[in-house]
Design a protein around this ligand. Structure first.
Ligand code: RIB
Ligand code: CA
Length: 317
């Protein structure tokens, strides 16, 4: 299996690790990285994406700069989670790598048109770039293969507000359009809490591992690990974007998934970014998304740790 993929990312923290998984995968060909406003200041995100490529010796992958703000709403960072620059607090990347010419949304459209039905999207940030791509090319749903989205909080508290997960909260107008028009596979915050928490024991297994990837993980994980300790009392960190990457790389990790009608509340106010998932079908609307409900957490951990040890994710399957 060789799937062509664009990774759309607000590169900080776990986004970098999701990129590592995608780049190290034998099953994916990452054709481009597109950057969107999200976790930290936009210029930091762009540098973080390039720095991640350099850790993998993959500076050949083009980085396209995209939306510098959400479609309509005010942008709020998450640098209190990931550190100011987004790479753990102390590391501020300055790679000297040029960005590719053109806007991220155009890059998504052009790569999709190149080979209709072949390109998949791994969306691990707010969905602004993808919504803009949809506006530029209404046929995009027919041009794409799979669209895996990390976003939403299905039947659980959000991580940004009680009602909303961060990616959907930042640009709910974009999330609403993308979920409505593309047939997405949703990896939500509740799934992350259930199946993608890397605990202290797992992290300790990396202590003797001397690879650039493991060193990079240690750097980026300092700030989110501290945040997790302070907010939950637990020692470890969640891997939302890496879980989304793993679902694209290795769908055999998925234990349960189901089709539901999904919508997003774009209104300003208490429920901004809320992801409505009609589990009981009471709205009588056709299903428009696949919601991943259970992943083999142990196998995901092995896949993640194997990749940081310098192997391909597939080596752990
Ligand atoms: O809610 C989790 C998402 O927001 C992830 O994409 C992560 O990057 C975070 O900031
Ligand atoms: Ca992200």
């Amino acid at each position: 299996m060789d799937r062509r993929v664009i990774v759309d990312t607000d590169t900080a923290g776990d986004d970098t690790q999701a990129l590592v998984l995608a780049l190290a995968s034998e099953r994916l060909t990452v054709e481009a990285v597109t950057v969107v406003a999200g976790n930290v200041e936009f210029e930091y995100e762009v540098e973080n994406a390039k720095y991640t490529l350099s850790v993998l010796d993959r500076e050949d992958v083009p980085v396209y700069e995209g939306a510098r703000s959400p479609l309509l709403k005010e942008w709020d960072h998450a640098d209190h989670v990931h550190g100011e620059g987004g790479l753990g607090g102390d590391l501020f990347a300055d790679t000297g790598i040029d960005s590719a010419d053109g806007h991220a949304a155009d890059a998504i459209v052009e790569h999709a048109r190149d080979a209709p039905g072949e390109l998949s999207l791994l969306c691990i940030g707010p969905l602004t770039n993808v919504a803009l791509a949809l506006a530029r090319e209404p046929e995009l749903p027919d041009l794409l293969d799979e669209v895996v989205v990390m976003g939403g909080a299905v039947g659980c508290l959000g991580n940004d507000t009680p009602a909303a997960e961060y990616n959907f909260w930042v640009d709910p107008d974009a999330a609403k359009r993308v979920v409505r028009d593309l047939d997405v596979t949703l990896v939500d915050w509740g799934l992350v809490l259930r199946d993608a928490f890397l605990g202290a024991d797992d992290i300790a297994r990396l202590e003797g591992v001397d690879t650039p990837r493991a060193d990079f993980f240690e750097t980026i994980s300092t700030a989110p690990r501290q945040f997790t300790r302070e907010t939950t009392g637990e020692d470890g960190l969640t891997l939302p974007d890496s879980l989304a990457a793993a679902c694209l790389i290795a769908p055999e990790l998925i234990e349960e998934q189901a089709r539901y009608h999904v919508d997003v509340d774009e209104r300003e106010g208490l429920t901004r970014g809320y992801s409505l998932v009609d589990v009981n079908g009471v709205l009588d609307e056709p299903p428009n998304a696949t919601v991943v409900e259970s992943v083999d957490a142990d196998r995901f951990t092995e896949l993640f740790l194997a990749t940081l040890s310098g192997e391909s994710p597939e080596s752990a399957l």
